[in-house]
Design a protein around this ligand. Structure first.
Ligand code: HEC
Length: 169
């Protein structure tokens, strides 16, 4: 058994040692944020898009960077997956893109606001997120089996401009 002084030394070395490691890793992570997020590309237009994102409660239904609500698809990579025209069409008239399905709010954005939203989603999509969102596992099927593949449909790969959520209620 450890003597009292050995136990104290063990506690102090362990606590201080791991606190230092924790602080160094935290510092290293923060140091890399500007590079990983392409902070230089953060234009006033993209910032305006972020404000629109917040003011219009997109997160009430969607997630971005994994944060938000799970009613509607993850949008971190939506620019890559769908492209700018699809995104604008979705904001202009969601019903036309997914007829008779779950409802997305129809936003009466001006052209300028629409471009700002697209710029924001493009900037988000270009971040280095260490592999987030995860790719679907190849063995998991394409989701067309009613979910037996067990993968999240929000991550389904792009199929042209076709909606990929057609089997959801
Ligand atoms: C009331 C819930 C709701 C809100 C609020 C909402 N959306 Fe959506 N959104 C949806 C749903 C639902 C879908 C998918 C359509 C479906 O499955 O029928 C969708 C789809 C999308 C898509 C297409 C995604 C894809 O991969 O096909 C984009 C882009 C999008 N939304 C952007 C936005 C933006 C930007 C905002 C905020 C300005 C927003 N949404 C607010 C519900 C919402």
């Amino acid at each position: 058994m450890l003597s009292k002084s050995a136990a104290r030394a063990f506690f102090l070395v362990g606590t201080i040692g791991f606190s230092v490691i924790f602080l160094l890793l935290t510092f290293d992570t923060i140091r890399r944020v500007p590079e990983q997020t392409n902070a230089d590309n953060l234009t006033p237009q993209a910032i305006a898009g972020k404000h629109l994102w917040d003011r219009n409660n997109c997160m009430g239904c969607h997630t971005i960077l994994g944060e938000g609500a799970y009613y509607a698809p993850e949008l971190t990579k939506v620019y890559e997956r769908r492209g700018p025209e699809f995104i604008k069409a979705m904001l202009r008239d969601p019903e036309a893109m997914y007829p008779g399905q779950r409802r997305m709010v129809k936003y009466d954005f001006t052209d300028e606001e629409m471009e700002a939203m697209v710029a924001f989603l493009k900037w988000i999509g270009e971040m280095d997120l260490n592999g987030f969102p995860p790719e679907a596992h190849p063995a998991a099927g394409d989701g067309a089996d009613g979910g037996a593949g067990g993968r999240c449909r929000g991550f389904a790969p792009a199929q042209g401009v076709q909606p990929n959520l057609h089997r959801l209620p």
